[in-house]
Design a protein around this ligand. Structure first.
Ligand SMILES: Nc1ncnc2c1ncn2[C@@H]1O[C@H](COP(=O)(O)OP(=O)(O)OP(=O)(O)O)[C@@H](O)[C@H]1O
Length: 469
């Protein structure tokens, strides 16, 4: 079999070695196993390996420390790290030390198989990889033990070092800004500037100038040349928070930055180069914004290439205990352990404000309890779940009209006769529905519409709907 590879599995748990060996030999590969890094390194010198699967927690030398040795011994064969401690630091350290991918225990064999297949594919195409020396890592304050957070850590680790744009999604307070900061902190731009900004908080008339700068005389009040955010962030990273609220005209400019690395100051035609990594965050359904025409389709696709989604806290209640301990520690609260019944109570709350609401609640409880162990009575009462009122047809119509008008204005610099265009877009539908309702009776239809019969006739003629009777 030409696609047969030799794979080394290094894990001190015999059951893991056995399961992986069975899975990979089922794929036609030859598997060798070792229960320590030292034994693994010895085997690596004896076999021509296509891939190494390496546990982090090993009896003597740990997997992260041993990783460069494996890369050297195997002429840079891809290494997939496995760890029970799927924290962000380990994930980033593994990738920085040269790991190709990352698996968190307990893992499903299907996931392991998918990652192994992908890694072997890459291995077949691989040129000799240069192993990067380990970089000192700052401490991360992104807490989470739940499987969805482990996935987030893994995604951060895999994208941090690239220059890819990342879209971070999730409800308010789920930690999107923290994720963006972690990506920057673990990227090669870490020593450079990081600017998080929510354009929606800026003066709407000045968003474009705030982001891209302006030249003197570009608009009333532009008394001198001014650099924008992208110029100030040169070499670094920007986080555009609430990206869904970016005006359409600014979306066009942002797309140019992402695609060509270029932009122009307001009032200037000279292109400028932007060496800036763009991260974006949103708590709205960007796909729905695209469907309604409020967000550009091309920008959406450009941004969603790499997406990190933070699930709401109520869908990862295992994180509540560690988060509480983390916040109490931050507040230097001595009695920072929660008893089981309190934890159960907190885990059953809906936390619509997510981690932010939890942090505020802990702060409140710590003040009330004044040093003694917390009880549920110290917490603010649970906020009721959000009841979302369905939109009335008039509210939906209002939104559609606003979008239609914004697009019409953005697309044509010399907009005239907007009212006429609007009527031509909506009136035929109205006339059609009413005439259907009256069974084609124009007198009744005119009455329902509150217009003269003659006017109705003229309108129908103008829209080529003469034959409607
Ligand atoms: N996993 C986490 N570990 C520790 N702290 C967290 C975590 N997630 C969120 N927080 C804390 O919760 C608060 C809200 O987080 P953040 O501002 O990142 O949320 P967000 O999703 O960007 O919110 P918004 O959409 O409202 O801007 C911050 O104080 C942050 O430090």
């Amino acid at each position: 079999m030409t696609n047969q590879h030799t794979i080394l599995v290094v894990d001190d748990e015999p059951s893991i070695c056995w399961a992986l060996e069975k899975m990979l030999s089922g794929e036609g590969h030859h598997v060798v196993t070792a229960s320590s890094a030292e034994e693994g390194l010895r085997l690596a010198g004896q076999h021509e390996l296509s891939m190494v699967i390496l546990d982090v927690r090993l009896p003597k030398q740990d997997g992260i420390t041993a990783l460069p040795g494996f890369l050297k011994a195997t002429d840079n064969a891809p290494v997939v790290i496995i760890t029970a401690f799927g924290d962000l630091e380990t994930a980033v350290a593994a990738v920085k030390n040269g790991a190709t991918d990352y698996l968190t225990k307990p893992f499903k064999l299907d996931d392991a198989l998918r990652i192994c297949r992908l890694t072997l594919q890459k291995s077949a195409q691989r040129s000799v990889l240069k192993s990067t020396p380990p970089m000192p890592l700052g401490s991360s304050d992104l807490v989470g033990v739940s499987p969805p957070m482990q996935k987030v850590f893994r995604q951060i680790a895999l994208v941090a070092d690239s220059d890819l744009s990342v879209l971070i999604t999730g409800e308010t307070g789920t930690g999107k800004e923290l994720v963006a900061a972690a990506i920057h902190r673990h990227s090669k731009r870490a020593g450079r500037v990081y600017i998080p900004i929510a354009p929606v908080a800026l003066n709407p008339d000045l968003i474009e100038s705030e982001l891209f700068g302006h030249i003197q005389g570009a608009f009333t009040g532009a008394n001198d040349d001014r650099a924008g955010l992208f110029e100030r962030a040169e070499g670094g990273t920007v986080l555009l928070d609430e990206i869904g609220d970016l005006p359409l005209a600014v979306q066009v400019k942002l797309l140019r930055v992402l695609e060509q690395g270029q932009y122009s100051r307001v009032g200037d035609t000279r292109p400028r180069t932007a060496d800036v990594r763009v991260l974006a965050a949103t708590n709205s359904d960007l796909h729905a914004e695209v469907t309604s025409g409020r967000f550009r389709d091309d920008l959406f696709h450009r941004l969603t290439g790499v997406q990190i989604h933070l699930p709401p806290l109520r869908e990862r209640i295992e994180d509540i205990g560690p988060l509480c301990a983390h916040f109490l520690e931050q507040m230097s609260y001595v009695e920072n352990r929660l008893d089981e019944s309190l934890l159960n109570e907190l885990q059953s709350r809906p936390w619509h404000g997510n981690v932010r609401e939890l942090r505020n609640a802990i702060g409140h409880a710590a003040v009330v309890a004044r040093g003694r162990p917390l009880t549920i009575a110290d917490f603010p009462t649970a906020k009721p779940g959000r009841v979302s009122e369905p939109e009335s047809p008039s509210q939906s119509l209002e939104k559609v009209i606003a979008t239609w008008a914004e697009i019409a204005i953005a697309e044509k610099a010399d907009t005239i006769n907007l009212h006429g265009e609007f009527l031509a877009a909506v009136e035929p539908t109205l006339l059609n529905v009413v005439l259907k309702h009256t069974g084609g009776n124009r007198a009744k239809a005119a009455e329902m519409l509150g217009i003269h019969r003659g006017t109705l006739r003229d309108r129908l003629r103008a829209y080529g709907m003469d034959d409607m009777a």
